[in-house]
Design a protein around this ligand. Sequence first.
Ligand SMILES: C[S@@+](CC[C@H](N)C(=O)[O-])C[C@H]1O[C@@H](n2cnc3c(N)ncnc32)[C@H](O)[C@@H]1O
Length: 281
Amino acid sequence: MSKYKEIENYYNQTQILYDLVYSKGTHSLHYGYWYENTKNTKESILNNNKFIMESLDANSNDKILDAGCGIGGISLYLAKHTNAKIEGITLSEVQLKKARKLADKFKFSKNINFSIQDYTKTEYNDKSFTKIFGVESICYANKKIDFIKEAYRLLKKGGKLVVTDGFQIREYLNKKENKIYDDWLGGWGLTNLATVNSFQNDLKKIGFRKINYYDKLKDIKRTRNRIYNIGALAYVFSWILYKLGIFSNYMHKNTIACINQKKVFADENNIATYGVFVAEK
Ligand SMILES: C[S@@+](CC[C@H](N)C(=O)[O-])C[C@H]1O[C@@H](n2cnc3c(N)ncnc32)[C@H](O)[C@@H]1O
């Protein structure tokens, strides 16, 4: 099975879990940012969306690509707050249908167009966009540089790229750490993470300038803990449903990944961090 098919299947089968236990009406599938005065999960997720909007410096003159849009939560947020024109792309048919329904429901169909496309090889013309972002989506590219190249082709001169993701800290992991890391990656349909350095080098290599990196590990910790709690509480239930054939392999592995992500994004293990790259063409 091709890697893309694997990602497509993963999201087609697990989107329901995100809807049921995580997104809290934000239509988003990413970690939240918890600041001192953040009251709940919904607000933390919206804090992340706001960070993207501000990093992009998004406004009504922009044409923006949401690369790996999920069910379109961030596109909807940007359309609502900036009135920009947005293209959202995903690999999952289930996500596409939901994203289109939401755009209709919130009357943003004129601003936002969703489609199935691979962000490393899109159908758009050169220089189609003023801004491009990917939130917890570029990590799915086997070689991140393939996305970076495509983003560079698609951006107008002076255009901005924002990528929010997990990044591996150390290249070398011992056997125990590798097991934790692999169970997490596999459980969420991932194969590898870039390191902060390799991603930065790839941006430079392709020609991006004004590259800044913001580490956000501290701000996601409460979401990390919450996802762990969901996984730990759901584990036995998930295992029973899996054994009964009600949960697919993807669904059960997702539960295990929810537990392991806490170990991956832990200061003491120093395996991965979470951060945002902002760069300009
Ligand atoms: C964790 S979800 C994040 C969704 C959204 N950015 C959010 O934060 O709510 C990852 C998304 O990346 C998409 N994705 C992964 N690889 C992709 C590719 N090669 N081309 C387009 N989308 C991709 C998946 O289909 C999924 O929608």
